[in-house]
Design a protein around this ligand. Structure first.
Ligand code: NDP
Length: 460
C-alpha cells in the first residue's frame, strides 16, 4: 500500500475545511491544512461575522430614533467609522486566532500558502514544497463575481472591500438584489449613507417567499433606501465628484461608491483540479455526491466550492459528515432539506422550508396563514414599521412546510421554528404550543384564520 505524508490534506481553512480537519485529526489521523489568506475563511474574515458587527453598528441609528419615545434624551451623535473598523478588525483577528489554536490543539498542521494539486494524491503548497496525502478535501469557498462586460466595472467594489473602506462614502449605489446587496444596503443606510439599491429583477431576494420579498423592499424604503427594480447597470464612469452609474433605461445616478453584489462563484482557479481529474458542474462548482465525494475516489469537496446551499453552517455540517464517514466509520450525509436561513436586512428575515409558490407547485393545495402588524416596540414609538409572519401548510396532511418571519429577532425566532418543521410538525401540534407573551413570536402560534389575498391590500 502506498504511503503518504498525511492521511488528509485539506485545501482551505474556512468553516467547512476547519471543521473537517479538526474532526479528522481528533480521530488520530495525520492532517494538514493549507490556507492562502487568513484562517477562518469568508465567514470569519470577510463575511457573516464582520457583516453582523456592521449590522449591529448600523442599527444604533434606529435605536436612537425611537429612544426619545421611551423617555431618553439622546445627545449629539456621531459615528467614527475608522474606530469601528479597527475594533472590528481586532475582533476578527481574535476569532481567526481561535481557529488557528483549535486546529493546532486537534493536532492538524497548518500551512500558509496556496495549494495546487498536481495529481490526485500530490499537492504543492507555496513555501512548503510537495506534499502527498491519502485523501484530499477541497474547501476553498467562493468569491464575489462582477460582470466584466459592464464598461467601468473596475470602479466598483465588492463586499470584500466594503469591510475595509478607508472612510464611509456619503452616497452609495449597490447593484444586486441578493443577501449581500440587501444586507449592505441596510448597513450603509443605517450609518447615514445615502443608499440606492439597483436590482435587475421585479423584486429583491429571489428564492424567498413573495410576501417576504415585497414586505422587505417596502420596509427598506421606509428606512430611507432607494430601491430601483427592473433595472441594471449599463456602465460606470469615474468623474471628479464620484462615480456615475448609467442604467439600462438611461437613468443616471452619481455616488461616491458603487458596490456590486451580484453573486459569488466557487473558487476553483489555480487549484490543479484538472490535473487531479476532478470534474466540475456546468456552473463551475466541484461536482459532488451526497457524501461530498467528487468523481475522483480520494478527493472530496465541501462548502461553497460545491455550490449546493451556500451557508456557513451547511459547510460545517458537510465537513463534519465527511469526517464522520471517512475517519470514524459512520457513513453520514448532510440533509440539505429544511435548512433555515436568515437575511440580516433591516428589518431582518428568518425563513425555513417552502415558499408559498414552491409549496403550491410541489404539493398542490396549501393553507396560508399570514399576518402583518406593528411590533410593540415600534408601535409605542409611533413608527410605521411592520413585521410579517407567514406559515405555509400542506392542506392534505396539515404539515407546516414553510415558516417566514420578517421583523426584529426574526433570525433568532426561525432557529427554533426550524426544529419543529424539521420534525414534521402539523398545524394542530404547532397551535397546541402555548404562546410566550408579550413577544413577536407568539403571533406565530396564534394564527387561526386562513389568509385570503384581499385581506392585505398592498401585498396580497
Ligand atoms: P445572491 O445569489 O444571493 O444574489 C445575487 C444577486 O445578483 C441576485 O439578486 C441576482 O439577480 C443578481 N445578479 C446576478 N447576476 C447579475 C447580473 N449579471 N447583473 C445584475 N444582477 C445580477 O448572491 P450574493 O452575492 O448576495 O450572496 C452570495 C451567497 O452568499 C448567497 O446566495 C448566500 O448563499 C450567501 N450569503 C448568505 C448570507 C446569510 O446567510 N445571511 C449573507 C450573505 C451571503 P436575480 O435574482 O435576478 O438572479
Amino acid at each position: 500500500m502506498a504511503t503518504y505524508d498525511y492521511d488528509l490534506f485539506v485545501i482551505g481553512a474556512g468553516s467547512g475545511g476547519v471543521r473537517a480537519a479538526r474532526l479528522a485529526a481528533m480521530s488520530g489521523a495525520s492532517v494538514a491544512v493549507a490556507e492562502e489568506h487568513r484562517v477562518g475563511g469568508t465567514c470569519v474574515i470577510r463575511g457573516c461575522v464582520p457583516k453582523k458587527l456592521m449590522v449591529y453598528a448600523s442599527e444604533f441609528a434606529h435605536h436612537f430614533k425611537i429612544a426619545q419615545s421611551y423617555g431618553w434624551t439622546v445627545g449629539e451623535r456621531s459615528f467614527d467609522w475608522r474606530a469601528f473598523i479597527e475594533e472590528k478588525d481586532a475582533e476578527i483577528a481574535r476569532l481567526s486566532g481561535i481557529y488557528v489554536t483549535n486546529l493546532s490543539n486537534a493536532g492538524a498542521v497548518l500551512m500558509h500558502g496556496k495549494a495546487r494539486l498536481t495529481d490526485a494524491h500530490t499537492v504543492q503548497v507555496e513555501g512548503h514544497g510537495t506534499i502527498t496525502a491519502d485523501r484530499v478535501l477541497v474547501a476553498t469557498g467562493g468569491r464575489p463575481w462582477a460582470p466584466d462586460a459592464v464598461p467601468g466595472i473596475e470602479h466598483a467594489i465588492s463586499s470584500n472591500e466594503a469591510f475595509h473602506l478607508p472612510e464611509l462614502p456619503r452616497r452609495i449605489v449597490i447593484a444586486g438584489g441578493g443577501y449581500i446587496a440587501v444586507e449592505f444596503a441596510g448597513i450603509f443606510a443605517g450609518l447615514g449613507v445615502e443608499t440606492t439599491l439597483v436590482h435587475r429583477g421585479p423584486n429583491v431576494l429571489r428564492g424567498f417567499d413573495d410576501h417576504v420579498r415585497a414586505h422587505v423592499a417596502e420596509e427598506m424604503e421606509k428606512r430611507g433606501i432607494q430601491v430601483i427594480l427592473g433595472c441594471r447597470h449599463e456602465s460606470l464612469e469615474k468623474t471628479a465628484s464620484g462615480v456615475v452609474s448609467t442604467f439600462a433605461d438611461g437613468h443616471k445616478v452619481e455616488s461616491d461608491l458603487v458596490m456590486f453584489a451580484v453573486g459569488r462563484k466557487p473558487y476553483v482557479e489555480g487549484l490543479g483540479l484538472e490535473a487531479a481529474g476532478v470534474a466540475l458542474t456546468e456552473l463551475g462548482a466541484v461536482k459532488v455526491d451526497d457524501y461530498s465525494r467528487t468523481n475522483v475516489d480520494n478527493i472530496w469537496a465541501v462548502g461553497d466550492v460545491t455550490d449546493r446551499l451556500n451557508l456557513t453552517p451547511v459547510a460545517i455540517r458537510e465537513g463534519a459528515a465527511f469526517a464522520e464517514t471517512e475517519f470514524y466509520g459512520r457513513p453520514t450525509r448532510f440533509d440539505h432539506e429544511m435548512v433555515a436561513s436568515a437575511v440580516f436586512s433591516q428589518p431582518p428575515i428568518g425563513a425555513v422550508g417552502m415558499t408559498e409558490a414552491d409549496a403550491r407547485h410541489a404539493l398542490g393545495r396549501v393553507d396560508i396563514y399570514l399576518a402583518r402588524f406593528r411590533p410593540m416596540k415600534y408601535a409605542f414609538a409611533g413608527g410605521d414599521e411592520r413585521c410579517l409572519i407567514k406559515l405555509v401548510v400542506e392542506a392534505a396532511s396539515q404539515r407546516v412546510v414553510g415558516c417566514h418571519v420578517v421583523g426584529p429577532d426574526a433570525p433568532e425566532i426561525i432557529q427554533m421554528a426550524a426544529v419543529a418543521l424539521k420534525m414534521g410538525v402539523t398545524k394542530q401540534q404547532w397551535d397546541s404550543t402555548c404562546a410566550v407573551h408579550p413577544t413577536l413570536a407568539e403571533e406565530l402560534v396564534t394564527l387561526r384564520e386562513k389568509y385570503m389575498p384581499s385581506e392585505l391590500g398592498g401585498i396580497g
